[in-house]
Design a protein around this ligand. Structure first.
Ligand code: SF4
Length: 81
C-alpha cells in the first residue's frame, strides 16, 4: 500500500483555515503559531517553518482536496514507497 508525504510550508501559509476545514483528518491550525500543520497522529516533523507528515493511501484524496483549496499553494503531496 502506498504512503504519501504531506509537506506544509508554514512560512507561505496565511492561516486562512481552508485546508483544515476541507480535511480535518490531516490538517489543523496550530496552537503554536496559528499556521496549518499536520495533526500529531501523522506528523513526522513540525516546526515554525514546515510541517511534514506521512499518511496512508486512503487519506490521499482528503489531503489532495486540502492542497487544492489552498490559495497560496503551500501544501505539497508526494508518493513514498
Ligand atoms: S489552505 Fe493554505 S493558506 Fe490556508 S491554512 Fe491551509 S496551508 Fe494555510
Amino acid at each position: 500500500m502506498a504512503r504519501y508525504r504531506v509537506v506544509v510550508d508554514r512560512v507561505t501559509c496565511i492561516a486562512c483555515g481552508a485546508a483544515p476545514a476541507t480535511c480535518p483528518e490531516i490538517f489543523e491550525l496550530g496552537s503554536d503559531n496559528g499556521k496549518n500543520r499536520v495533526v500529531e497522529k501523522y506528523s513526522v516533523k513540525t516546526d515554525d517553518s514546515v510541517s511534514i507528515g506521512e499518511i496512508p493511501e486512503e487519506l490521499y484524496s482528503c489531503a489532495k482536496a486540502g492542497a487544492d483549496v489552498c490559495p497560496v499553494n503551500a501544501i505539497k503531496i508526494e508518493r513514498i514507497e
